[in-house]
Design a protein around this ligand. Structure first.
Ligand code: FEO
Length: 397
């Protein structure tokens, strides 16, 4: 059996990227990322998605390893974002008769991005492509996380080509399927990927999960990360919980500090929380923390405490940036507490309170506001806020 085969007649032809440092120009890739593409070989050959264009020659070599000089008949574009589509132009040069199979929105984007419009097959919900011995049917899952997103289903092998859905950061270190890797390595990277990339689109992800719920899936073949075969239940459950915005009991304390005084508030509140038996506390200094890691943990835990100094009569920029990211992701509910500082005129505590109101989040305790430097006189207010958070944590309030 070819080492690329993940199911009879289905081969992995994707690549690893261990050089790009910022996914979408934004998100860190400490463990790299894979761009997954798949070849479905029947009497006809279909390629499902492509790879980032810098890796196009590797994609071609991977395809040729499997089918030699046979041609690729179809390219199915489940998702048009360029990390998966930017090799289309090169593929068209290599396989001039290649028919591009996509929905109307994706075809419009393919023309807009690459100027390609001929030799296309437009598909709609439920349409089937017969490859001879294998087939693919298409289901639309709009806004997971672009409007054109769809999945392809191969009923003969019960394989779901899911696009970014069920994807995760982290390159593939040799193994392709989850039975060939240590899956533990990928869970945090899946949460981080979800929070950073898909996080705004909880409702469309829920709709997609409902639409796909009836399928007896043996392989989930996403566009990033391992092919899931043994851990399908856990993967679906993780996406379900993340897209419901359900946080488990735990507290993220996200703060920024110019001279260490607000930082001491954060440390003190955290210490009081721990003394009250709160576990799962994560503290992040927003001037230095990786934003995708902070977002990941805010998605994972049910309580968020944010603090920062007043700056230019407003929020300190790293704090403002976090709030922007949270508002953009439309997180419907978190327990929220806040703290802040000022030297001559306070603004950050007031503005954090307005943020909580705008998000319609449940607020906890009295906000802690500090004038100028940290001192023992702040202990009582830190303890009081921590106590109210702990009461909720323990289910007493
Ligand atoms: Fe992996 Fe939305 O592109």
């Amino acid at each position: 059996m070819a080492i690329t085969q993940i199911a009879p007649g289905i081969h992995y032809v994707g690549v690893n990227d261990r050089t790009t440092t910022r996914f979408e120009g934004l998100w860190s890739l400490p463990q790299g990322v894979s761009y997954n593409a798949y070849l479905v070989v029947g009497e006809k050959v279909a390629l499902i998605d492509t790879v980032e264009e810098a890796f196009g020659s590797r994609l071609e070599a991977n395809i040729r390893e499997i089918i030699g000089d046979r041609k690729v008949d179809y390219l199915v574009v489940n998702h048009m974002e360029p990390d998966h589509s930017s090799s289309i132009t090169a593929l068209r040069r290599i396989y001039p008769d290649l028919q591009i199979v996509a929905n109307a929105k994706a075809l419009q984007m393919i023309e807009g991005f690459y100027g390609l419009c001929g030799n296309t097959v437009e598909v709609k919900e439920g349409d089937t492509l017969d490859l001879g011995g294998k087939s693919l049917s298409f289901r639309m899952i709009p806004m997971v996380h672009w409007p054109e997103t769809m999945v392809s289903w191969c009923p003969e092998e019960q394989a779901l080509f899911s696009g970014d859905a069920f994807g995760c950061f982290g390159a593939l270190d040799g193994g392709i399927t989850d039975s060939e890797v240590d899956p533990e390595r990928y869970w945090d990277e899946m949460r981080r990927y979800y929070a950073a990339i898909v996080g705004k689109y909880g409702a469309p992800v829920q709709k997609a999960l409902q639409k796909l719920a009836g399928l007896e899936i043996r392989s989930i073949c996403p566009t990033h990360g391992p092919v899931w075969q043994e851990q399908i239940g856990r993967v679906v459950d993780l996406y379900d919980r993340m897209s419901r915005y359900e946080g488990e009991p735990g507290v993220v304390i996200a703060y920024a500090s110019m001279y260490g005084n607000t930082e001491q508030l954060a440390e003190r509140i955290a210490r009081e929380l721990a003394a009250e038996g709160v576990r799962n506390i994560r503290i992040y200094n927003l001037s230095y923390a990786d934003p995708s890691v902070v977002l990941r943990d805010i998605f994972c835990f049910d309580t968020l405490l944010v603090g920062g100094p007043t700056y230019n009569a407003g929020l300190f920029p790293p704090v403002a940036e976090l709030l922007d990211k949270l508002a953009a992701r439309c997180i419907p509910q978190r327990r929220f507490g806040w703290f802040g500082s000022f030297t001559w005129a306070g603004a950050s505590v007031k503005l954090l309170g307005e943020f909580a109101q705008k998000m319609k989040w449940e607020t906890l305790g009295a906000p802690v506001e500090m004038k100028q430097g940290f001192s023992p006189k702040m202990y009582d207010s830190c303890r009081a806020l921590a106590h109210d958070v702990a009461e909720k944590f323990h289910g007493k309030a």
